[in-house]
Design a protein around this ligand. Structure first.
Ligand SMILES: C[S@@+](CC[C@H](N)C(=O)[O-])C[C@H]1O[C@@H](n2cnc3c(N)ncnc32)[C@H](O)[C@@H]1O
Length: 175
């Protein structure tokens, strides 16, 4: 699969509109790991690049190939299947949560949302590169908007790819 959405996300990160220097970032459903690798190269202090277990060998090899040896300590490849074993990751522990082309399996929407909520605090930024192909994709955005404020911050017209920025809403205090 062509990592087009990952490429558009990297182009967006390179614009510098989101501060990466010194930040702690995590990439979900990383595939090749391109986005996490670029985040590290652009100055993130620590990047955790995640995917399901079968993807990790390829991911680790890509990281080793593309990150300078003196920066390798700042990048970790780690198993994260959405919604599972989240206690292994600090609650609200990431400044930036990144995902390219990860909104496509409707069955995973609740666990993907749960994962984003777990990893982010109200000061974190979640960035998603998405192609809106089917109605289900807008359904995910609707679900996301119940827990996050969501804005489109970039649109690549040629490739029809959107970048959404989501910031967690304050926890509800139901009386
Ligand atoms: C379409 S690929 C996108 C890969 C990469 N982000 C890119 O843009 O090239 C979707 C990725 O999500 C991962 N994925 C799918 N379901 C997942 C789940 N339940 N938990 C974690 N990762 C999942 C897949 O393993 C795959 O790497």
């Amino acid at each position: 699969m062509e990592p087009t959405m990952a490429v558009v996300m990297c182009m967006y990160l390179e614009l510098g509109q989101v501060e990466l220097t010194g930040k702690v970032a995590i990439e979900l459903g990383a595939g090749t790991g391109l986005v996490g690798i670029v985040a590290a190269l652009l100055g993130a202090k620590k990047v955790t690049i995640t995917d399901r277990e079968p993807a990790l060998g390829f991911l680790a090899a890509n990281v080793k190939e593309n990150i300078p040896p003196d920066q390798l300590g700042a990048v970790e490849v780690s198993e994260l299947t959405w919604g599972q074993g989240l206690e292994r990751y600090p609650t609200g522990g990431f400044d930036i949560v990144l995902g390219a082309d990860i909104v496509y399996l409707e069955d995973t929407f609740p666990s993907l949302l749960q994962t984003m909520e777990h990893l982010s605090s109200e000061s974190s930024v979640v960035l998603l590169a998405c192609k809106i192909r089917y109605e289900r994709d807008t359904n995910f955005l609707s679900m996301l908007k119940q827990r996050f404020t969501v804005h489109e911050v970039h649109y690549d017209k040629e490739r029809d790819i959107h970048i959404y920025k989501a910031v967690k809403l304050p926890a509800r205090r139901d009386l």
